[in-house]
Design a protein around this ligand. Sequence first.
Ligand SMILES: [Fe+2]
Length: 164
Amino acid sequence: MKVLGNELIVQLNSQIQKEYAACHAYWAMEWAFLDLGWKGLAQWAHEEASGERHHAKGIAYYMLKKRAARPQMPMVAASQSFYDMTPLELLQAAAAMEAEMTENVNRLYTYAEDFDDGGVCLYAADMLEEQEKSEGELAQMVKMLKAADDEGAALILLDEKYKP
Ligand SMILES: [Fe+2]
């Protein structure tokens, strides 16, 4: 097993922190969608929140089980409030957050490359693939709401799609 360099441990811990921050943000988005009465979109945000927590767990387990390194439980700041946003604004905020996350993971990949750590490169490449999926789904949702002549009807369709 290649020893995980200190610099990469710092970067992976920082990524865990960002995943938890994204988890909080999606959870706050769930509450905002519930406040607006869009239960399907609230469910979608709820699942995204779980996904982000799962990403944090994945990194922690990778460090512990594959690299004998110790992840640090992060402090996570309060999420921004998403109340009083329209559903389109909420989805655009999520898209911006995912774009930023992709940048973070790209940075992690570059670090891993610089430190010649193929394992972390592979891990980051898998994360980037997931980011692409998230960004694609969000772009589709935003496009649907923006392109519709009747935004209300498009919203009802979208909300139905994600209803539990
Ligand atoms: Fe994530």
